[in-house]
Design a protein around this ligand. Sequence first.
Ligand SMILES: Nc1ncnc2c1ncn2[C@@H]1O[C@H](COP(=O)(O)OP(=O)(O)O)[C@@H](O)[C@H]1O
Ligand SMILES: [Mg+2]
Length: 390
Amino acid sequence: MPGTPHANPAGTDPLFIGLMSGTSTDGVDGVIARFRGQGGTGARLQTLAHVFAPMPEELRQTLLALNLAGHNELHMGTLAANALARLQASVVHQLLDQTGCMPREITAVGSHGQTVRHRPAEFDGTGYTCQLNNGALLAELCGIDVVCDFRSRDVAAGGQGAPLVPACHAELFALADAPRAVLNLGGIGNLSVLPARNDAAGRVTGFDCGPANALMDHWCQQHLGQPFDRGGAWAASGTVNAALLEQLLSEPFLAQRPPKSTGRDLFNVAWLTRQLASHGDVAPVDVQATLTEFTARAACDALTQHSLPGTRDLLVCGGGALNDHLMRRLAALLPGWRVAATDSAGVPAMQVEAVAFAWLARAFCQRDAGNRAEVTGARGPRVLGALYPA
Ligand SMILES: Nc1ncnc2c1ncn2[C@@H]1O[C@H](COP(=O)(O)OP(=O)(O)O)[C@@H](O)[C@H]1O
Ligand SMILES: [Mg+2]
């Protein structure tokens, strides 16, 4: 039966590949992972390999352009999906080479694709979410079952289609007897709120909490000609502009009640330009300092408002965990909390989201729900994804 996990030759748990390319558009992260157990005791994760393939600049520019209405989008978008599938296939082949695994030993690839529009619940009330991808080509190039389009079913069921990672975060990171929060800082930031495992009444929640690297990367590229602010060193050398920070924090999305999700549809260059229009005198380095502080404040305000009572433990993943200045600001804004990258809990920060899509592929193959209705606002649990058999 297609998509059914088969026993691999070693007789151990089945292997899955997860592929993630997030709103930062920095590239494709891929992992080979296996999971043992699930539910109350949590899934034990073993990651066999991690590969990152940077996004070629031309493809990156095309994908960023496709986030906005433009000319001949269908043609450009479909060709970009082909190029992305080839990049993803190169990651899969590197993962297989590094581990010596054969394609038939991998039960399925879970491929997120590249979000270029995210408009759940709008227009006709259903809205849509669009991840460019070509599962057919990826299956053809890899000879492995491919599961993709994870978000659409949740949106069809009235949900936000995002974030999808809290369920996996809960299995990997929930503590036995204390609540915890996980903050993923990709292009956009999202929070997972995890009750203690021994809290039978506790519910996993989560939501997008604001922009993260997308705006900081743009500003850094424009003023330093570098794709990101390594370690947050540039931001750390500037001064936060209080008036600009207050204006950024007044963005209505931040005060909206969950379930909620966002993307470059809102937090884009035009948004930033509008915010800066009345702050033309702020030096570029101080804008970077303020954007970094904005990222930290938006996340901490959301935590203060929505984390479970008694939470004092924050794990951070995504590229933002490598921004030392941002990590120091998070710790400063959360006195008494333990703030650490997910590396401290056994999963390197840059692998977590790819692991989550391996986990979602596994959920699909088991025909388990991938969403949490309490997170996305969907009408109920749903099996997420569409299968392209090898
Ligand atoms: N050493 C670093 N210092 C600061 N920021 C970093 C560093 N490494 C990565 N980043 C940031 O992380 C981003 C990528 O994070 P990622 O979690 O892959 O986001 P996404 O899921 O949106 O692709 C980069 O665009 C960059 O902004
Ligand atoms: Mg990325």
